[in-house]
Design a protein around this ligand. Structure first.
Ligand code: PLP
Length: 395
């Protein structure tokens, strides 16, 4: 049995997205900047993809910028707002402690330049309140950047309410929508979003392509200098096959979204119920306000990496947190931010399901995790100390 349950790291491309890309790697290979008819066919495809993606987000075509993915979009959005703020003498930025590193590391860079960064605390449920944002906004605040949904614990933020607060106070609002796009509805107008990052490989599209939505009138800086592509804000020949694949994947992901999410939520609840039977464990993040496919647990007395390797032996692909922190021995900053102690945060497991997973697979995962946790605890001196009372259980 081979079960892929790491869809928050990346997804398998859909057949429709692959098919949508193929013609642009063979027959229609022109450069959209070329004036001849071959170039113009590519330019038409590019315009069509931009129109379709804009429509799906409630945006205008000229507000959609194609980038290399979520990380680039986050960087460009935040740096653009910072440069704009700097010119007006505003050097304060508000964000949360559970953001993706593409956001946090960009903020670190700005901090070194003299920006002041306020990271709001989500509390144990992993959810911010719009009031917290309202209370943190100052006259010198140039940006609020809060992710739509978290990549580790799956919690969904009250983006519409946060957007409304920012709009009322006249502060730019960016949201990293990479985990949300294609999974839950996003509408830039209704959600009062000024800038939004999305990435195709998180919704069954190709890797290395994404979008930065920026409301009309927001002056973007470019991270890459060169030609005048993307209205001069992102130089380099457009990746037409990937862009076509992304447009198709996004459309497909949003078709019958409610039905798909109903099924996915059922699988998620089954998995949460099953894993909750394991003693001394805890679900990370609010149980309801989370992505339909996200399950995240901490198990006491377990080392996360060891659990992953043993699960992989059973054919289960999972993650300890985000793909970005694996390989480092530091526990997840997200789990620490929601108040998990170090020794608990080390025993984390994230399972991110897609609509392709089945109930049989979920049951197999449950029994696999039960076996692996029992085995690891059986050989652990820490566990023995917990069981014979030399050390106190936390969970
Ligand atoms: C994956 C991810 C990113 C990075 O996107 P890439 O396209 O891989 O650069 C950024 N933010 C979140 C929340 C993500 O899950």
């Amino acid at each position: 049995m081979k079960i892929y349950a790491d869809n928050a790291a990346t997804t398998k491309m859909s057949q429709r997205a692959i098919q949508a890309m193929l013609p642009y790697m063979s027959e229609i290979y022109g450069n959209p900047s070329s004036l001849h008819s071959e170039g113009q066919r590519a330019a038409e495809a590019l315009a069509d993809a931009r129109r379709r993606i804009a429509g799906l987000l409630g945006a205008q075509e000229n507000e959609i910028l194609f980038t290399s993915g979520g990380s680039e979009s986050d960087n460009q959005a935040i740096l653009s707002a910072a440069r704009l703020g700097e010119r007006a003498g505003k050097k304060h930025i508000i964000s949360s402690g559970i953001e993706h590193h593409a956001v946090l590391h960009t903020l670190d860079r700005l901090k070194k330049e003299g920006f002041e960064i306020t990271l709001l605390d989500t509390g144990e449920d992993g959810i911010l309140q719009a009031d917290q944002v309202a209370g943190a906004i100052r006259p010198d605040t140039c940006l609020v950047t809060v992710m739509y949904a978290n990549n580790e614990i799956g919690t969904i933020q009250p983006i519409k309410e946060i957007g409304a607060v920012c709009r009322e106070k006249g502060v730019l609002f960016h949201t990293d929508g990479v985990q949300a796009a294609g999974h839950i509805p996003i509408h830039v107008e209704e959600d009062h979003i000024d800038m939004l990052s999305i990435s195709a490989h998180k919704f069954h599209g190709p890797k290395g392509i994404g979008v930065l939505y920026a409301r009309k009138g927001i002056p973007l800086i470019s991270l890459i200098e060169g030609g005048a592509q993307e209205r001069g804000k992102r130089a380099g020949t457009e990746n037409i096959p990937a862009i076509m694949g992304m447009a198709e994947a996004f459309e497909e992901a949003l078709e019958h979204l409610e039905e798909k999410n109903e099924k996915l939520t059922g699988l998620r609840e089954r998995l949460i119920d099953g894993l909750s039977e394991i003693p001394h464990c805890i679900l990370n993040g609010d149980r309801e306000r989370r992505l339909p496919g996200n399950v995240s647990f901490c198990f006491e007395g377990i080392e996360g990496e060891a659990m992953l390797l043993l699960l992989d032996d059973k054919g289960i692909c999972a993650s300890s947190g985000s793909a970005c922190t694996s390989g480092s021995l530091e526990p997840s900053h997200v789990l620490l931010a929601i108040g998990r102690p170090h020794e608990i945060a080390h025993g984390s497991l994230r399972l991110s399901l897609s609509e392709e997973n089945t109930e049989e697979e979920v049951d197999y995962i449950i029994s696999g995790v039960k076996e692996v946790t029992a085995y690891l605890r059986g050989i652990s001196p820490v566990w023995r100390a917990l069981e014979n009372g030399e050390q106190k259980f936390i969970l």
